[in-house]
Design a protein around this ligand. Structure first.
Ligand code: GDP
Ligand code: MN
Length: 399
């Protein structure tokens, strides 16, 4: 789960990271009022959307008068901000963060990520701040400083000093850098984050180290341990299909294709998407309905997959190990009686009691296309929409 910049800054500030003074606003009027409260003569108004690259897309405005804040906000509120990270549909701007402007001397890139190959939290930093990390690694890979944290002992101060030295931080400011790095690391660990990114971390004209931007991502599977983080979720920033799935306890990722997938098991779901591609099609989603695959879950899955108007065929791929195919088949039949599905449905069952399962599908009277292997199922799914067989294979159940 992602959170907004202002929320990440509040968390990091709680761990001793220096951030600019700022206040949140829900309207242009409120933004000017907030600026007046903050005082000073330089403000930065920042669109709060779950994506980076706002600066280049008009989502960050440096203002010197109240009129500039008002006009800047009027351009932003209610609009969709399209950055290179949002996709072409963009993300809605419903909140802005007003900050006191900071005199920037130097910009640094700082990131904390989970490095899967070393199974450690890894710190990635570069003196080339302001650029995205992808650009830095393409153009200035030698500038990147890395350090991994040994989980048993945590981040050590000497590691922080080493990073500060490699980034060319002045000796008098080394201690501030240590405090910043330790604060970020603790915020990361204590909230089960998967990423903390500060880009840019700046050295100011008055020798402070300040987080000018902040981004945090959390492990969805650990959110139950952090109710105060879970509350920060902002559904206006999520793919509506994915929000619906998360609310129903299903693991769903929306994609661009037109073959809907309903699968039990994440690995099998990945293999199903690969096989659809091999057969010349494009999956519309990743969906793992979990091991149970009860009729209720299958019905929920059909509703979710069919809510995507691009879907032109649905492939159900269930491997019954602990589960039983006859039981799953009953679930599929029951789901198709409850949910209106007007595209071809291809079902591949394998595992325990597969014959009984096939019999239930055949005897249901529903025009389900059955397949015995995954490849066959994928080919039939691709064939079904390519040849526009939908008029022959429609499953139309109106209740
Ligand atoms: P992003 O484009 O979404 O990553 O948004 P950032 O928060 O990183 O802001 C983009 C850029 O705006 C920064 O790299 C800075 O150059 C500039 N910026 C942000 N805050 C300030 C500020 O307080 N003072 C000045 N002078 N520039 C700022
Ligand atoms: Mn940034």
């Amino acid at each position: 789960m992602d959170i907004h910049e202002y929320q990440a800054k509040e968390i990091l500030a709680g761990f001793g990271v220096d951030v600019p003074a700022g206040a949140l606003a829900y309207s242009p009027e409120q933004a000017t009022y907030r600026a007046r409260e903050l005082g000073g003569d330089l403000w930065v108004v920042k669109a709060q959307v779950h994506a980076g690259g706002r600066g280049k897309a008009g989502g960050v405005k440096v203002c010197t008068t109240e009129a500039e804040i008002q006009n800047g906000c009027e351009e932003m509120f209610g609009r969709k901000l399209v950055t290179h990270q949002t996709g072409p549909e963009g993300k809605g701007i419903y909140r802005v963060y007003v900050e006191a402007g900071v005199p920037i001397e130097r910009e640094i890139y700082l990131g904390f990520v989970l490095d899967r190959s070393s199974q450690r939290v890894m710190i990635v930093a570069s003196a080339e701040g302001g650029m995205e990390i992808e650009e830095i690694s393409a153009e200035k890979p030698e500038s990147i400083v890395r350090a991994t944290v040994e989980p048993a002992v945590g981040l050590q101060d000497f590691q922080c000093r080493q990073i500060a030295f490699k980034l060319g931080i002045e000796p008098a400011m080394t201690q501030q850098m240590v405090r910043t790095l330790q604060g970020c690391y603790r915020a990361f660990r204590e909230h089960d984050a998967t990423m903390v990114e500060i880009n840019p971390l700046v050295v100011t004209g008055d020798s402070r180290i300040v987080a000018l931007d902040a981004k945090m991502t959390f492990d969805d599977n650990a959110l139950f341990r952090h109710p105060q983080i879970a509350e920060l979720r902002d559904k206006s920033q999520e793919d509506p299909r994915e929000s619906r799935a998360a609310d129903r306890g299903l693991s769903y990722v929306g994609l661009e294709g037109n073959i809907g997938c309903i699968v039990n098991g994440a690995g099998l779901a990945m293999a199903t998407m690969d096989t659809i591609k091999m057969a010349g099609g494009e999956p519309a989603n990743f969906l793992d309905i979990g091991g149970g695959a009860t009729p209720e879950r299958v019905a929920k899955a059909f509703r979710l997959v069919m809510s995507d108007s691009n879907v032109q065929a649905v492939l159900v791929n269930i491997f019954a190990g602990i589960n039983r195919c006859d039981w799953v088949a009953k679930g599929v039949v029951q789901a198709l009686e409850e949910v209106q599905v007007d595209v071809p449905v291809i079902v591949r069952l394998a595992g325990t009691n597969v014959e009984e399962g096939q019999k239930i599908l055949a005897q249901s009277g529903l025009p389900i296309i059955r397949a015995s292997t995954l490849m066959e199922a994928a080919e039939r799914a691709v064939g079904a929409w390519q040849n526009d067989l939908s008029h022959e294979t429609n499953v139309r159940v109106v209740k």
